[in-house]
Design a protein around this ligand. Sequence first.
Ligand SMILES: NC(=O)c1ccc[n+]([C@@H]2O[C@H](COP(=O)([O-])OP(=O)(O)OC[C@H]3O[C@@H](n4cnc5c(N)ncnc54)[C@H](OP(=O)(O)O)[C@@H]3O)[C@@H](O)[C@H]2O)c1
Length: 298
Amino acid sequence: MRILLIGSDSQIGWELRRTLAPLGTVHAPLRSDLDLESTDSILRVVRGTRAQLIVNAAAYTAVDRAETDVDTATRVNGDAVGILAEEAKRGGAVLVHYSTDYVFGGNKAGPYTETDEPDPINVYGHTKLLGEKRIREVNPPHLIFRTSWVYGARGRNFLLTIRKLARERPVLKVVDDQTGCPTWCRLIAEATAQAVAKSATAQGPDPAWFQEHGGLYHLAAQGSTTWYEFARAILGGDEGQARVKAIPSAEYPTPARRPRNSVLDSSKAERQLGIALPDWRVGLALCAEDGDVKTGPD
Ligand SMILES: NC(=O)c1ccc[n+]([C@@H]2O[C@H](COP(=O)([O-])OP(=O)(O)OC[C@H]3O[C@@H](n4cnc5c(N)ncnc54)[C@H](OP(=O)(O)O)[C@@H]3O)[C@@H](O)[C@H]2O)c1
């Protein structure tokens, strides 16, 4: 299978390099070769690789910066995704794409399912929702995985930030009124490969499989927690936990508003794809055991 992996330097993309490798030949262009802001570069690379599977793990993920950089976020998270969908359809490829819990506004009392109406409250969420819509409009064989609170050994994420701050500050103030599902990027990449493997034939991914099983899925860790509890779990031990102080979001103003509740119900993926991620605490323990995280940049 000829696989085009876009965003191979993102948290999820880095892990996808390894998990997709057994499924075929992975072409992972640098951003300098494929820039989602350049239609020409998208067309050149997608057509040049004659990809049978396009996996888009790149995005404009700077949630706060997006508030004042609406055009770039819209081009990368919305327009470029539409072009990828058109190219997938034109070339007979299948498309795997990631979206976010931030398509939801946070007012629901319980976990969000795929049938809940999105109502984003920040620019990032709006642009990611636009990307989802563009894929559905063009409708190539596709999977959209909405995931949440992604962390891992590389890049910018909450786990690495908390570990760094814990070395620099005696007390860490962390918001305790936003609830979600922290999800280790490696587990997302492994689940993605599992899903793709189900569709694989000797000739490549089977469009008929996507006809039956494709669409939108929530793919996040089970259970839920707050950033405050997540920070305490990251630091572990009585001493580490005692240094974390709970504050309301009002005491930590950010340019972009965040949903109070963005817990994803991922049971559809379990029912229809046979894929389930473990509880967030299990994911965190596995991640903490991993050599890359122990020795990685922090
Ligand atoms: N992080 C989260 O908590 C979270 C939560 C829910 C959903 N998601 C979704 O999961 C997916 C992966 O997220 P992630 O956290 O793994 O990503 P990430 O680590 O923030 O990396 C994003 C990647 O996209 C690349 N990128 C940005 N603009 C680009 C452009 N114009 N052309 C090509 N590449 C570009 C970046 O390149 P540079 O390094 O050069 O900037 C970077 O490698 C995204 O769809 C994201 O929306 C993430």
